[in-house]
Design a protein around this ligand. Structure first.
Ligand code: SF4
Length: 323
């Protein structure tokens, strides 16, 4: 399976405050040396608490940010430092859908205009654009009579479908789904996930699926990465990860959600996660999770654990986990 998108040693730092000479006072390390790849037609689930850097990773991959360091390979080309002009051919192929569909849709535009917006410079005639919009509405499970309505007339799930149709208008290969279902009712979440899966099958799409909830990414992801304070702490194919969570933070995240599968529940050790994620400005020395880790030792304060392969394709960054 070949990869469509790959992050290699991705770093995204933001300056915080300025001295009189214009130098940054401090640096916020939102993403600090993160690597993973997304295969064509597959989903990579990126999980972690709010503030761990997962949204910044997503935005960097579609080059809404220019990374501080590292490579972003898109279809084999390193686009990390491409200019806006160089990015033009890639922009169409990379799209994003957002957590709050209402905030991302112009309330004064009809659904037809919202979906047609990315087609304006496509070279299609008006009739061809209208035809394409009708096909997109059908593809995401909306009805033709929805086209002349406005976003406020829809439920949250329907609005998310409008957002998905708009993202699909430019016929992308890769979509960053940034918490796309966390604002929706639980009953609607599964429907939107099913739609995303069906579209992936039909169109061969690759997704980065960003979520704070490990149980949510399980059903849609082929591979999963867990982030903590800007770093990837565990990464594995989905079945391997859910069978054998090795990093204390991954286990703590899983402990926070009810496990309907009794075997899985019995096999998972519950770890209570106390306190908030520390700030990525001046993060702790050594392992960034040590302030909240029940197993931390003196070594954890001194040495930053490398992300090591401890089983085929299963990578963990913890001094206590042996291969
Ligand atoms: Fe906990 Fe130490 Fe492992 Fe970090 S390296 S997760 S502090 S045991």
């Amino acid at each position: 399976m070949s990869s469509l998108v790959e992050a290699r040693g991705l770093k995204m730092y933001f300056p915080v405050g300025r001295t009189l000479t214009g130098k940054p006072r401090r640096v916020l390390k939102a993403v600090d040396d993160v690597s993973f790849s997304i295969n064509k037609g597959e989903t990579f689930g990126l999980v972690g608490e709010s503030g761990c850097g997962k949204t910044t990773v997503g935005r960097s991959l579609v080059r809404l940010y220019e990374p501080t360091d590292g490579e972003i390979l898109f279809d084999g080309q390193d686009i990390a430092h491409f200019s806006e002009r160089q990015l033009v051919p890639c922009r169409r192929r990379m799209q994003m859908i957002f957590q709050d569909p209402y905030a991302s849709l112009n309330p004064r535009m009809t659904v037809a205009s919202i979906i047609a917006e990315p087609l304006r410079k496509s070279g299609l005639t008006t009739a061809e654009q209208q035809e394409r919009v009708r096909a997109l509405v059908d593809l995401v499970g909306l009805k033709p009579d929805h086209l002349q309505r406005y976003p406020h007339e829809f439920s949250g799930g329907q609005r998310q479908r409008v957002g998905i149709a708009r993202a699909l208008a430019s016929e992308p290969d890769f979509i960053v789904c940034d918490e796309p279902i966390s604002a929706l009712d639980v009953s609607i979440q599964a429907q939107v996930i099913n739609t995303l899966e069906t579209l992936q099958e039909k169109l061969g799409l690759s997704y980065l699926f960003v979520s704070h909830d490990l149980s949510m990414v399980r059903h849609i992801s082929h591979n999963v990465g867990v982030m903590y304070l800007g770093c990837m702490v565990e990464r594995a194919p989905v079945d391997e990860l859910y069978r054998r969570m090795l990093h204390p933070y991954t286990r703590a995240l899983m402990s926070a959600v009810p496990i309907p599968d009794p075997d899985l529940a019995a096999a998972s050790e519950r770890i209570h996660l106390s306190g908030d994620v520390p700030t990525p400005i001046d993060p702790p020395s050594g392992c960034r999770f040590r302030a909240r880790c029940p197993y931390a030792t003196a070594r954890c304060a001194q040495e930053r654990p490398e992300l090591r392969e401890v089983a085929p394709n299963h990578f963990v960054a913890c001094h206590l986990v042996q291969g």
